[in-house]
Design a protein around this ligand. Structure first.
Ligand code: SF4
Length: 338
């Protein structure tokens, strides 16, 4: 399976205030240039403001997360007015999230505003009924519902996307999630050419893992091998269950940033596939370059460029299919932003 880049922008959900729209409780916004000027090069946004959508209006009285005690389970929260805790919008926010699920079936990632009792993805401040802050273990009620409805959907907070490594990781996850739906879960109408010649879904699941194998190894070797063992026994479980587990496994592995050590290992595996087509000097140059990458003296792009230069010499489909060797987010100019 050769996973081709998407020709159109990827649909991504986003908290509307990050787009610069004045929808916050105080009539302001939280414009993110990284989202609107950088990531918009490859993302097509679906902006939503849950609080406005449930009719709270702008400006509106602030709300916060209420719990009965510290360390209460994440779902044991209510979203209530800061000044008047009898104003409870928990159910409307959850119902709103449920109502937009059909619209969000098509998004391949979601960017959420941090610290919001509706949109925050982690670490939202929680309060007791007496108004005292008790902990920061909260998840916004809208964001939490999205997690439950789309358990593998790549999600990230706006502020964290200012960090180039976290941004690269989010892009990697979005590209993978999008590729899964384009290459594994496509409907009959989306298949190009003769549907009879499209491989079975089981074959597509296995091919997808195979194409991602070296990229996955760069993120988590142990979990990648465990996923490989699951696929070796693929026929022992219903296909839908297998697809869910493999997709979840892949997204979980990619959520851990690739370490230089594990990336070096994956690059050496790739080089190993090409070595029989290289002469002694070329092999030595490639090995030295990978070592310099390992030591932090050369960028990843330098190694990938050389590997891609030698790639046409190999007739083997496996190495040609490797997503690791395709253009990575940093090379698309999406990671550096000043
Ligand atoms: S954080 Fe969410 S609910 Fe709050 S203003 Fe932004 S989009 Fe609206």
């Amino acid at each position: 399976m050769n996973i081709k880049p998407r020709q159109s922008k990827i649909p991504i959900g986003i908290s509307q205030c990050a787009m610069g729209d004045p929808v916050r409780y105080n009539g302001g916004h939280k414009h993110s240039k990284v989202c609107t000027e950088l990531l918009s090069q490859c993302f097509e946004y679906v902006p939503l403001c849950p609080e406005v959508a449930i009719g709270m209006g702008v400006p509106r009285k602030p709300i916060h997360l209420l719990v009965e005690k510290a360390s209460a389970p994440v779902d044991a929260v209510r979203v209530v007015g800061v000044e008047d805790s009898s104003v409870d919008v928990t159910a409307p926010l959850r119902d709103y999230a449920d109502s937009v699920v059909p619209e969000l079936e098509k998004v391949r990632g979601y960017i959420l505003m941090q610290n919001s009792p509706s949109c925050g993805l982690r670490g939202v401040r929680r309060y007791l009924d007496n108004g005292h802050g008790i902990d920061s273990e909260g998840v916004g009620v809208f964001a939490r519902r999205l997690q439950q409805r789309f358990p593998h959907l790549p999600m990230e907070e706006v502020g964290r996307l200012n960090n180039s490594e976290l941004r690269e990781n989010f892009l990697t996850r979005v590209f993978a999630y999008d590729a899964w739906f384009r290459c594994v879960e496509m409907t009959d109408t989306e298949t190009e050419g003769d549907p009879e010649r499209v491989p079975s879904r089981l074959a597509r699941i296995i091919d997808f893992y195979t194409a991602y194998k070296y990229l996955l190894l760069a993120h988590n070797q142990e979990a990648t091998r465990a996923l490989g063992r699951l696929l070796a026994d693929a026929r022992s479980m219903p296909e839908d269950e297998l697809a869910f587990k493999v997709r979840g496994g892949i997204m979980n592995i990619l959520s851990r940033p690739a370490s230089r050590k594990d990336r070096t290992n994956a690059l050496m595996h790739s080089a190993g596939h090409l070595s029989e087509f290289l002469d002694r000097a070329e092999k030595a140059e490639l090995t030295e370059l990978i070592e310099e990458y390992r030591l932090g003296h050369k960028p990843l792009s330098a190694v990938l460029t050389l590997l891609r230069h030698y790639l046409p010499r190999s007739p083997h489909g496996f190495i040609h299919s490797q997503v690791l060797l395709a253009a990575e987010p940093a090379e698309l100019g999406l990671c550096d932003f000043h």
